[in-house]
Every structure is written in C-alpha cells, then in structure tokens.
Design a protein around this ligand. Structure first.
Ligand SMILES: *Cc1c(COP(=O)(O)O)cnc(C)c1O
Length: 471
C-alpha cells in the first residue's frame, strides 16, 4: 500500500493536505502555495523506459508519484489518454530541430494553440474526477494574461460540475486570444474584461481566495499556475523531450523557457528534482525583466508592466517564484513570509543569502522588442520556420547563454498573435485548419472595473453552487 503524499504551504501556516484537496484549493489559506512535503524521485530505470513510451504514458509515470494514494494509476492513465487525445498530433508535443543541437519543443498543438492546454486539459479531468467522487461542485475564478483563460474555458466548457469565470485585462490580449474566451456558448463559462493590467486581475483572484467567506460560499477553486496540478502536468514534456533526444546519452540537455509567472520554468526545476539530468535552465523574459534583474542583482523589485509583443509574459509579479524561494531557502516558511510581506509593502525584497543560490541554478535573459523582431525575421529567413514572439524570447536567450544541446520551449503558435507577427514580418500568419469559425462567431463578455466587490457580485450571481449546499 502506498503511503499518502501530503502537501505543505510555502508560508507554513496551514494544515497539510492530500493531492485531491490541493487540486481543488489552488492557493493555500495562508496566502502561500502548495508543495509536496517530500520530493518523489523517478528511478533511472523508469526514466530509461521513456523512449519507448507515449506522451500520455510518460505523463502517468511522472504525475502518479505526486498523487499519493488518492488517484489510481488506471484512473490517471484514462484521464491522460483523454486529455492528450484533444491534441492535433499523436506526438502531443513534437520536436523540431532548428539546427544541430538546437531543438524546438512545440507545445502548441492543443485546442487553444498555446502550451497551457497541456496542463489544463488534464487538470479539468482531474477536477471533475475529484468532484464526482465527492459529489460536489466548484467555481473556478482565474486571471489570464491571454492564454490561460482560453485554455481553461476550452477545457471546462463540457464540465457538469464546474463554473468558470476568467478575468482578462481589457484591450491587452490579442483578438484570437479574446475570441477563444468569448465565443464558447456554454453557460458555465464566463469571460470578464477588467479595466486594468494582468497583475490587477491576478490580485483580484488572490483577494477572492483570501476572502474566506466568499471562498467557502462559492466553493472557489483556482486554475492559475498557482495550482500545483498545473505545474506537475508541465513536468511531463521536459522528460518527453529528453526521451526523444537520446535520453541524455549525449550529455544533459539545457532548456530555454519563456516564462513570466515562473510556472513553466519551475516545472523544469521540478523535472530536475525528479531526477532528469539538466544542464542549464534558462529563464527567458521579454522587457518585463523582473526575473533577469533578480538573478543579476539579487534584488526582486517590481516595476510598471510594459505592453510587449509577447503579452502572456507581460507580468511583474511571478507568483511561482515563491515556490522556488521556499526550496532555495531550505523550506524556511518564516523567511518566505517576510519576503512576501516586504513585496506587498514596498514592491521589492532583497534575496540576501538566496541570491547566489538562484544565480547558480538559473541563467536569465531579457529579450528586447528589437531582439524579438530580429529573431523572428532571421529564423524565418535562415530556417523557414516561424516563431511566435514568446518562443522568440527563448531563442534569443538560448543564443546568448546556451552551450551544448538545447531545447527551446515553444509556448504558442504564431497565428495566436497575428498582429505582432504581421508587424514584424509584413505577413499575417493564417490560423491552422479547424479554426475557421473563430474570427466570425459571436462574442459574449462583460467589462468590469478593477473592483473586488464588482467581480465578487458577478461570480455570486453566476455560480451554480448554491448557498450552504454544494450540489
Ligand atoms: C503563459 C505563457 C507563458 C508563460 O508561462 P509561465 O506560467 O508564466 O511560465 C509563455 N508563453 C505563452 C504563450 C504563454 O501562454
């Protein structure tokens, strides 16, 4: 019998929870993020079996150790098969060699053309599974800088047990991104345009989680990358890439990762903790460079958000960085709490003794808008391959600091950002087959001020969780 794996909060002030509760909880009640109490490790024999396994099979081997004894392997395997059958290729996340030693990992073959589908399709099935087991309902409220919202609405639109409300920054997402959120007609999914930035949207979501009466009233759940199941589902493709590129036989791979919220790069860190040999983990940012500045200077300090051609990384507070701080400090929840208090009070904190640890574990590069444009043009001219602007940040970063075999995580299809690509290449990238109706279907969304009361009112009047009863 497997013993259960419990989860603890980075702020150390709540009870441990099992995997199922963590999936439903999102953010911990002390404001922290959940991490496993102990780190599972995959045996070398398990990792060595991956070259002959499918993506879904690798996902089961990677994720099952994190579920403790709460989800059976058979149930997880069924959910993984289902989730990845929504992708347009059996490989799920195919690799494309750009030049020797420089390989693109295409994470955008899911239903909303961005890497968020990889985790969200599985998370929706996990949540429905847990809610069905408990005969409960839930309300999901999420903030999106563009891609999470569409991925969540797409993944949950057929859910019988979950209502979804997505907050996006008005006017700061692409038309394709907005339409992926606003065209699904199902009554359990709602898109809200907030008059503010992504960070405002994320702050509203956090405030709803910290309003415990509201949280309990609507059975609030989260699907942002603060949800542990998202991170864990993203770990799979690091192992998948390594398994298809010689399983590390030609030396450990480096990974260049477009990241804003520190979610995707933290999944790489988890892959390393699980036993995947990794050379360099490269943080790729756009001009919103809080992470590269933190690595370079040892000071984590917020600035105003700049709108760039890679809007899904237009972020100044990297929520998942808190998970890394907890690990780097040897799981010092008191320290994490004091750093987060400083961040809330004055918009910055000093990494202190954690600065050299951060620097030794990550490279970090910020790509300017000019770098991104040059990279997209030259990659197309040299290799006949079109990058999206997020992926271009990672190619710029890899060119600058990588050595040896490097995998570039490609987080979106270029057609998801047609205006940005057209401005750079003078050609509008066509949407792939199957998306013919997206730009003409009718839209449905409300515009709300950056106000907690207004958003809570909306959620209360649209959730199907009834007061006092959750059925
Ligand atoms: C969400 C997103 C990112 C950044 O992911 P993090 O969770 O912030 O690491 C990068 N590129 C695209 C296209 C995205 O949608």
């Amino acid at each position: 019998m497997r013993t259960n794996l419990n989860y603890i909060s980075t702020r150390g002030e709540v009870e441990k929870l099992g995997f199922e509760d963590v999936v439903l909880a999102g953010l911990a009640r002390d404001g922290g993020l959940y991490l496993p109490e102990t780190w599972p490790v995959l045996s070398p024999a398990t990792i060595a079996s991956f070259p002959s396994k499918s993506f879904a099979e690798i996902a089961v081997d990677v994720i099952h150790p994190f579920t403790g004894n709460e989800i059976s392997r058979a149930d997880l395997a069924r959910m993984a098969e289902d989730a990845y059958a929504t992708f347009d290729t059996g490989e799920v996340t195919p690799l494309h060699e750009l030049k020797p030693g420089f390989t693109i990992l295409e994470l955008f073959h899911g239903p909303t053309l961005a890497f968020k589908d990889v985790a969200m399709q599985l998370l929706a099935r996990l949540m429905d599974h847990v809610l069905a087991k408990r005969d409960r309902r839930a309300t999901i409220v999420g903030a999106t800088s563009g891609d999470t919202g569409g991925a969540a609405i797409e993944a949950f639109r057929t859910s019988k047990r979950v209502d979804v409300v997505i907050l996006f920054p008005e006017g700061r997402v692409s038309d394709v991104q907005r339409r992926m959120m606003t065209t699904p007609p199902e009554e359990n999914v709602h898109a809200l345009a907030i008059r503010g930035t992504f960070d405002d949207c994320q702050a509203l979501v956090k405030a709803m989680f910290n309003d415990h009466a509201f949280r309990d009233r609507v059975e609030l759940s989260g699907v942002n990358s603060i949800n542990w199941a998202r991170i864990v589902a993203q770990v799979t493709y690091y192992f998948y890439a390594a398994s298809r590129l010689g399983g590390g036989n030609s030396g450990p791979l480096s990974f260049a990762v477009p990241t804003g919220n520190f979610g995707d790069i933290f999944a790489g860190y988890v892959a390393k903790r699980l036993g995947l040999p990794i050379d360099k983990l490269i943080i790729a940012s756009n001009e919103n460079d809080i992470l590269p500045r933190a690595v370079a200077t040892g000071v984590y300090s917020m600035r105003d958000v700049i709108a760039t051609s890679s809007p899904s990384m237009d972020i100044q507070i990297s929520s998942n960085f808190e998970r890394y701080l907890f690990e780097a400090s040897g799981r010092d929840a008191d320290l994490v709490r004091s750093l987060m208090t400083s961040l809330a009070a004055k918009g910055s904190f000093e990494l202190g003794r954690l600065a050299p640890i951060l620097k030794s574990e990550f490279e970090a590069v910020s790509a300017t808008e000019q770098d991104v444009a040059d990279c997209i043009r030259s990659t197309e001219a040299q290799f006949g391959y079109q990058l999206d602007p997020h992926t271009a940040c990672a190619v710029v970063a890899a060119d600058r600091v990588a050595s040896g075999n490097t995998v570039i995580l490609s987080t979106a299809h270029p057609a998801k950002f047609p205006d940005a690509i057209e401005a750079i290449t003078k050609k509008r990238p066509p949407l792939p087959p199957g998306f013919e109706h997206l730009m003409t279907d009718s839209e449905r969304f409300e515009v709300l001020p950056n106000s907690l009361a207004a958003v809570e009112d909306f959620v209360l009047s649209h959730t199907r969780v009834t007061a006092g009863v959750s059925r």
